[in-house]
Design a protein around this ligand. Sequence first.
Ligand code: ZN
Length: 153
Amino acid sequence: MELNLLSGILPMDQIKLDNLYKNSIILDHCRNPRNYLPISKIDFSGSAVNPFCGDEIHFNLKLNDQTIIEEVAFEGDGCAINLASGSIISEHIKGMSIESVGKFTETFRLDMQTNHLKSFDCKSEIFVLYDVRSFPIRIKCALLSVSALENLH
Ligand code: ZN
């Protein structure tokens, strides 16, 4: 890496982007996406598509009697950041009420669109997605899941 950097073969941004893809949490979620299974009963669904880069994401949710999200199923297509975000966020919203999902999407979207806000700490896997902020063009990929959850019906 160091040699390539000195010889100018790899621009700094490319190195940082490579490091992001090597992030073990992101890689793990890409390779073994969580909740990537159909569910028996669907109470809410939400989808979002980014036609410019071909990313898409779809969530199905099943609620329990207390209107808490009991099961989550997500499906996605496209880049690693999109898939990792979908997987991480599918885990994050399990056990939440629909109302709390609304608060989460609002908070996380605001965090991602600023350079300083971090409402989630490193104990949450959401935290690794903050690294995507270094690549403004990729923020949309990390936020596609949020758009899908904002479209729940
Ligand atoms: Zn993408």
